[in-house]
Design a protein. Structure first.
Length: 123
């Protein structure tokens, strides 16, 4: 079984998810459950930090597609940060940079949420 973990923390105005290990068909449901929980509780500004993610499959990519429309309809967003080159390549090949904001650093994503004026109850 693949090794995967998620740590959730608040960094106003955003919910931060640090994902680690291998995100594939076996582990994607963990991420899906965590995102569902955050959104259900009103967290629509989400940053996913990929710094320690070693691998992502199409099933892992699909999790982000499930939630992006719902979050944006609530005037939030999902921003992706700190991807290793091999993980970014998978996103890039499938055109994700046109759909998601992919940034180098978590601080940039937080600043973008603040600049957009989304500091209300979305954090």
């Amino acid at each position: 079984m693949s090794s995967f973990s998620i740590e959730h923390r608040l960094r106003k105005p955003a919910q931060i998810l640090d994902i680690k290990g291998f995100l594939d068909a076996h582990t994607a449901p963990q991420l899906e459950t965590k995102l569902e929980s955050i959104i259900r509780e009103g967290g629509y500004n989400i940053v996913v930090n990929f710094r320690e993610l070693d691998y992502i499959s199409s099933a892992g990519l699909g999790v982000f597609m499930v939630f992006i429309e719902e979050v944006r309809n609530k005037l939030g967003d999902i921003k992706l940060v700190s991807m290793q080159p091999k993980v970014f390549t998978v996103f890039d090949l499938l055109g994700f940079p046109m759909l998601f904001e992919i940034l180098e650093h978590e601080d940039e994503a937080i600043a973008n949420f603040r600049d957009a004026g989304n500091e209300s109850e979305n954090g």
